[in-house]
Design a protein around this ligand. Sequence first.
Ligand SMILES: Nc1ncnc2c1ncn2[C@@H]1O[C@H](COP(=O)(O)OP(=O)(O)OP(=O)(O)O)[C@@H](O)[C@H]1O
Ligand SMILES: [Mg+2]
Length: 495
Amino acid sequence: MKKTLLKINHIAKYYPGVKALDDINFEVYEGETHAICGENGAGKSTFIKIITGAITPSKGTIEFNGNVYDHLMPPEAMDLGIAVIYQEFSLIPYLSVAENIFYGREIRKGCLLDRAKMNDMARILCKEMDVNLDIEARVCDLGVAYQQIVEIMKAVSRKAKLLIMDEPTAPLTLNETQIFFSIVRKLQKDGVTIIFISHRLEEIFELCHRVTVFCDGKYVATKTIAEIDKKQLISFMVGRELADDYPNPHNKKGEVVLKVEHVTNRSIRDVSFALYRGEILGCGGLVGAGRTELVRAIFGADPLESGTMFLKGRQYRPRLPGDALQAGIGLIPEDRKNQGVILGLSIKENMVYSVLDRCCTKLFSYILTDKETAYVNKYIKELNIKTPDASQLVRNLSGGNQQKVVLGKMLATECDILIFDEPTRGIDVGAKYEIYQLMCNIAKQGKSIIMISSEMPELIGMSDRIIVMSGGSIAGELMKKEFSQERILELASTH
Ligand SMILES: Nc1ncnc2c1ncn2[C@@H]1O[C@H](COP(=O)(O)OP(=O)(O)OP(=O)(O)O)[C@@H](O)[C@H]1O
Ligand SMILES: [Mg+2]
């Protein structure tokens, strides 16, 4: 008989106009890794926040280790051994690894911090977990995978019984995910119960024992991984079978629209390439290879030290992103929370900001014209943004739906060149396909796309041509018939 660690009884959470969760019932067994799946806005993060005490449920009870609670407070959840790694990082960047691990329960000697002791304990923890990490390094100097591992170490040091991970691998590339997984497997061996959320379904099949599916805030089913395949899982999630993974683009390539020649700045070295009208140019590479830095330079967000760029044959020197937008180049950034949207404004305000001069007749007015409303509603529908209406604050949307707002905002600018930095990170399987289709349509209209992606299948499935970056330079270019995961990885790891 399996022992139940966590039992959810009729849990619901209501917001004005939104049933984020509605009458959820299921159990998590001790020692299992249990996935929660569902489309953007299905209620996964809301559920997690209820378990960790971050929000109070509107109805229902939580049974943990045999005790029943109608709600938990965060310190109480922590004392029970519930730890969480949220969708957004919660580490303090300028503190060291050890300081982060013991943050909030620092070890003291008298009234001073006992750094030596904390460092020793952190070192022991590293050894136990078989992690090779400089525990005195500042967290902001670590790669994302290791930051994520510090989050896990923090949880482990608290002797977590239940470790909840909300899209922990979203910012990680293939290699980093493997490093991260090896740590998770150690925890599994030690009997830690894990709740795992990810939009990368392969990960669920690789790591989890059972999976529970939510759809529109409702419980759909719980299955063991052995009795279900990817196709069935998707149909539980979206209530239908999906079309192919990628729309077949077959884009017609036109003349060169953007030419980048010997571009160099503090993060990239001597980068040259051309972008053609109507093509989707993929950009691959490992995290830190300089991909984001390259597109930031093209977008005028970072200055060039040397090199030239030509846009439709004329020299192009953006000094600010405004210059790039004016010239018809748009960027959908990787770090959407900080660069993409204003959380305290509504969906329509966010979207209209980028198109203000295109269709606003009353500048600085919050009353939307019919044209603007039509724009906003068009993208809410096309991107399937889950919201009661366009006046909802972006802060109140689920993680994936916030990202769709950023996409909509940039699509609405109708730029001729669109740069997508990790376009589908955190986006559910159903919506991914919609975004791919949108990208193909954009290319068919004779516009051009540069797409940075760390997801190999996406890079291979969507690109007409791929450039691979490594160490701030272009390591190679692949034509469609040369595409393969091995070849991309090989180029990505050249020095
Ligand atoms: N504070 C809030 N006010 C109003 N609605 C909210 C609030 N928080 C969440 N919601 C809504 O609740 C629903 C569930 O959101 P939740 O963040 O749990 O989704 P999710 O399954 O984690 O999605 P994703 O995969 O995009 O992260 C969404 O429709 C969201 O807009
Ligand atoms: Mg979420």
